[in-house]
Design a protein. Structure first.
Length: 194
């Protein structure tokens, strides 16, 4: 889930940038320092949006830079347990598929895709159900539920988000649309009979 948060941090402005307008300089320094960083409690900082307040600058002995305490608003990505997400398959491998959730990827293990037996088709880089009726590969769009979250702030790429599609109204969007279309004629016939 994306959230707008008000945060406070200290930013270093080197002496070469001191003659410029302070607000855009501070905003750029915050972006370089924080965007893409991950915190276990706050999530992943996606974008610094607005500077609310810039405190008085401080100079440290032996460093010509100015340090500003800054209050700012930022967009954060915070994956939450049981949250329903939609994303694109970014990679299909033998044990599952990785789903792009914005700044992070989630793993949809083969056991969590469908109730049917699934095998990996290495030639086409996709997972296929035993009957061959359904397949999932890179570029497909899915709806899934977050069932596990383990954020690693030191190595954000090692963070783990576990997903499932084995519940009602979850799955590859194409499968959901096909099921909806199959259901519509039956509903219309039932209403006419009533």
């Amino acid at each position: 889930m994306y959230k707008m948060m008000k945060l406070v941090d200290t930013v270093r402005i080197p002496p070469t940038l001191l003659g410029e307008d302070v607000v855009p300089t501070v905003k750029n320094a915050l972006r370089e320092k924080l965007e893409g960083q991950v915190d276990k409690k706050l999530g992943a900082l996606v974008a610094v949006c607005k500077i609310d307040e810039i405190g008085e600058g401080h100079i440290l002995v032996g460093d010509g830079a100015v340090y500003y305490d800054v209050t700012f608003e930022a967009v954060m990505f915070v994956p939450e347990l049981q949250e329903i997400i939609e994303g694109e398959v970014v990679e299909a491998v033998g044990f599952g598929v990785f789903i792009g959730l914005g700044p992070m990827d989630g793993l949809l293990h083969v056991s969590q895709i469908t109730d049917d037996f699934i095998s990996y088709d290495a030639k086409n880089a996709r997972l296929v159900t035993k009957g061959g009726g359904k397949a999932i590969s890179e570029g497909d769009h899915v709806r899934a539920r977050i069932v596990a979250v383990s954020i690693n702030e030191r190595e954000p790429k090692d963070s783990k988000i576990g997903l499932t599609m084995r519940q009602t109204a979850l799955g590859k969007l194409q499968w959901l649309e096909e099921a909806r279309k199959k259901k519509q004629p039956h509903e219309a016939a039932a209403e006419e009979a009533a």
